[in-house]
Design a protein. Structure first.
Length: 135
């Protein structure tokens, strides 16, 4: 049997491990590292999961923006003169049923709308990445 060239292998031999055990340990370590690499690549290439994550992020930001807009509108309405408040109330009463009707019509298509938004976002991200690669 040949003497180990690597200091780690020499330490393993000195510890009483056979050449066979050293090779087996090396193989197990290589498999573990390969599994980690494959998992990382798999996660990176899972476009659907990444798109779903982005969609969830966009929905969350949209909800936050909506809440800020509602709060700002309520504050603006409260600080407006009474005539303006009355006009806003009248406009809200007229627009309310229309908005409700549009929301009801869009409800069955929310999944398609979200998928379209996710696809558009994905295309934008890919275009941005390509543009950065060219510059």
């Amino acid at each position: 049997m040949s003497e180990p060239q690597d200091p780690i292998e020499q330490a393993a031999v000195d510890a009483g491990l056979s050449q066979h055990e050293i090779v087996r340990n090396d193989i197990e370590q290589a498999r573990a590292e390969l599994a980690e690499t494959v998992d990382a690549l798999s996660d990176k290439l899972d476009v659907k999961a990444r798109a779903n994550d982005k969609v969830a992020e966009v929905w969350e930001k949209a909800a936050e923006a909506k809440q800020k807009a509602v709060t700002a509108a309520a504050h603006a309405k409260q600080s407006a003169p009474p005539q303006v408040q009355q006009a806003l109330d009248a406009a809200g009463q007229k627009a309310g049923p229309i908005v409700h009707e549009m929301s009801q019509k869009a409800a069955p298509h929310r999944g398609k709308i979200a998928a379209g938004a996710a696809a558009a976002l994905l295309v934008l991200l890919l275009m941005r990445r390509r543009h950065r690669g060219e510059s």
